[in-house]
Ligand binder design. Structure first.
Ligand SMILES: *[C@@H]1O[C@H](CO)[C@@H](O)[C@H](O)[C@H]1NC(C)=O
Ligand SMILES: *[C@@H]1O[C@H](CO)[C@@H](O)[C@H](O)[C@H]1NC(C)=O
Ligand SMILES: *[C@@H]1O[C@H](CO)[C@@H](O)[C@H](O)[C@H]1NC(C)=O
Ligand SMILES: *[C@@H]1O[C@H](CO)[C@@H](O)[C@H](O)[C@H]1NC(C)=O
Length: 295
């Protein structure tokens, strides 16, 4: 529409350029024909959404055909104010659709994520031979759960703790935005400097999607807790290091000893197998010698 106004002004300035106006009218008509207001309908998973046709009672509708990726439903108005006849034309929509007898708005219940998409209603009226199409973009979202705040990249200089807070929602949700209060910052990352002066402050992250919002908070006192704990973690690290070392000290000599014994035993076996006379006797001798080899 803005296009029309601008081009019209141009036309006024140059009277002889009538074709500009014509061109403008054409493009405007095209524009209004192609993007014909795709009406956005946001729905919540498991709940219901309504496609508003808002047809006036004076308009004598003969049929409405709904289709999306598949066909959806076929609606024939009832005579003399009777309920419309609704035929569900795809099993996905079985028992989930109802149509208002007043304005023929279609309600889809028990929404699924995969219901998201473009829905078209082809409307036929008695007085016109042409079919009018209304388009809707249904988007089904989950109600957001509590977001999670994690802290990272902590550095501490002179009792001022520099920490990065990251806010995130559990699953891979679409169209989620984040904001922080009291700072009013947008985005899921917040840089904080905790000084002894702002210990009392609380930071709240709110996650938003088109159908819901949810928030969680963290107090400045909770921040940088890991830094104050770090000497402790260093100590436990040292302890486990010592444990591994002492284990090595015990195990390594035993392994070496065992290998040494094995090797000595092997050389005895070789000696006896070289003796062609009595292989069985050799076997027996081996058993006798084995304890000596170990000792
Ligand atoms: C705070 O930490 C971030 C991330 O490690 C770093 O980029 C930034 O320069 C630090 N700011 C100050 C003032 O130390
Ligand atoms: C930390 O404190 C020392 C003196 O105690 C000062 O010289 C230094 O500039 C301080 N550093 C910061 C980052 O405030
Ligand atoms: C949702 O996100 C998509 C891209 O991921 C974008 O095209 C669309 O405009 C967004 N919708 C809203 C309501 O923010
Ligand atoms: C945020 O969510 C609450 C319910 O959790 C709702 O009452 C409120 O209207 C929502 N705020 C906005 C701006 O959507």
């Amino acid at each position: 529409m803005l296009c029309c106004v601008q081009k019209f002004t141009v036309k006024k300035m140059a009277h002889h350029h009538l074709w500009i106006l014509l061109f403008c009218l054409q493009t405007c008509l095209e524009a209004s024909g192609s993007n014909t207001d795709i009406f956005t309908v946001n729905g919540i998973l498991g709940e219901s959404a309504t496609f508003p046709l808002n047809i006036q009672p004076s308009q004598k509708v003969t049929s409405i055909s709904w289709h999306s990726k598949t066909s959806v439903a076929f609606v024939i108005p009832g005579n003399l104010g009777a309920e419309p006849t609704v035929t569900i034309t795809h099993q996905n929509y079985h028992e989930r659709i109802s149509v208002s007898g007043q304005n023929y708005n279609l309600e889809l219940r028990n929404l699924r994520i995969e219901d998201s998409g473009i829905y078209n209603a082809d409307i036929n009226v008695e007085t016109s031979k042409t079919t009018t199409t209304r388009s809707y973009n249904l988007q089904v979202y989950r109600r957001l759960g509590k977001p999670k705040i994690t802290q990272s990249f902590m550095t501490s200089v002179n009792s001022t703790c520099n920490v990065t807070l990251t806010c995130s929602v559990d699953k891979e949700e679409k169209n989620v935005t984040y904001s922080w209060s009291p700072r009013g910052e947008e985005g899921n990352v917040l840089q904080i400097f905790r000084t002894p002066d702002n210990q009392e402050e609380t930071y709240t992250c709110t996650a938003w999607n088109p159908v819901s919002n949810n928030s969680d908070s963290i107090s400045a006192q909770q921040l940088c807790a890991d830094i104050t704990m770090s000497p402790h973690t260093r100590r436990t690290g040292l302890m486990s290091g010592l444990a591994v070392l002492s284990l090595l000290i015990i195990i390594l000599p035993s392994v070496v000893l065992f290998l040494l014994c094995k090797r000595r035993e092997g050389s005895f076996l070789k000696k006896f197998s070289k003796n062609p006379g009595a292989p069985h006797q050799g076997g027996a001798s081996e058993h006798n010698l084995l304890p000596n080899a170990i000792l």
